[in-house]
Design a binder for this molecule. Sequence first.
Ligand code: NA7
Length: 496
Amino acid sequence: MNSLDYSYSFDPDLQQEWHWTEKYPTQPEILRYADHVADRFDLRRDIRFRTRVESTVWDDDTERWVVRTDAGDEVSARFVVHASGCLSIYKRPEIPGLESFRGPSYHTARWPHEGVDFTGQRVGVIGTGSSAIQAIPLIAQQAAELTVFQRTPNFAIPANNHEYPPGHQEAVKARYDEHRERARASMLGVPYEMPERSALEVDEEERRRRYENAWSNADNVLADMYLAFTDTLSDQASNDTASEFVRQRIREIVADPDVAETLCPKDYPICTKRLCVATGYYETYNRENVRLVDLRKTPLVEISPAGVRTTEREHELDALVLATGFDAQTGALTAIDIRGRGGLPLREKWSAGPRSYLGIGVAGFPNMFVVTGPQSPSVLTNMMTAIEQHVEWISDCVAWVRDHGVRTVEPTAEAEADWVAHNDEVGNATLFPTANSWYMGSNVEGKPRVFMPYIGGFGPYRDRCAEVARNGYEGFLLDGAPSGARSGDAEPAGMS
Ligand code: NA7
């Protein structure tokens, strides 16, 4: 998703004044943007940095949350909004001997701020997801030798990153409001023309044209490939045509046919694991100093002091990179000891998978909201659009609750059950559950295998949220509300 779309839209001046240099800016530019936003809106005074929340416990008597931190603070709050992210708890692999490795090891999600210099070293990378696919070409340029340990190959399409051509940014900004509104009404949170035909209704040439567009031109990778045809995500035969297109590109790029086949994903449909975006990823395997180890043929046995041992041999290494992903979507919530009414732990309530109403609220957890929680569109959309929609909805709800003399607001068990069933129904109508992915929770040992994000589309989801609010927060229990609070002036402010 390009920077003009993947950025804040809540302030017209901010979006007009900020200048992005390129489609996918690098980390320093994104950090400058975050700093700029923090300064511009004077946010730092309201943030406690370097503080980990350890528990949030609902007190049935006082009807307040008690929030405890690792700094020993205890904060009493009427409302708690969990905005701890979908991909923020990193996952160390469950491999024996990890601590015994005598060189340095780095997780891609905890990269040292000062950077790492691999010059002259023998480096091993475990994992071939998005993070690895972005890191591998860069590490290969520095390292003396790079060994990639792959368990599951991933589909990656070229990032085609570039500086914005003169006039492009100005043209978007001239109609930014309309552009953003189209994004909010869209399925993926980016302005995009929806496909009208199945991949199986068009001829080979038309299919190729669509997939070529995603491959060589991808303006919005998600949309260009996920929405190439009406049924790319829902019909195996349709999806096969897209998967095969990418496999053919891999075979064209990678010189060694055995390596190319090892890199070709064959046992899950394209896009059902997060489609990766790459710069020179497959080309990297043509380098003399890069070697691919197929862990399906020679499984990983242990990390030894000297390197990585597979069933075939020991690979000696000076440094190890763990690109092994995250405990996604629920991980940051279950990492906190969250307890609702009657002391019920959220971890216990979610032991068979997350249950929420709209991905925003949880029955039995009053005055608690989640930003981009499981069962909301979140990771299947433009996260910035999704976050803004939730933050505005939650702010409106809190203001409405206060204005209407409501003490507590929480989903009814029935509304929650209906939403969980709806989430499962739309998810199961797609190919997503056929793959093992972090969308399914299947990358973390012992985590329930459930499709977590909502795939009914961002625009329809936003409409549903607005309707719920318009109907006086339909599906929520409003405790202490005077009779009639739901009718009459139920229209909350800012229902945009
Ligand atoms: P991902 O996409 O979850 O990738 C993690 C990779 O690590 C994946 O290839 C895994 O293989 C591999 N992995 C995990 N554990 C092991 C063990 N024990 N042994 C070998 N290989 C292992 O995480 P990323 O950080 O790349 O990306 C996460 C999201 O961030 C991304 O989708 C974007 O939305 C942004 P597996 O597939 O499980 O066989």
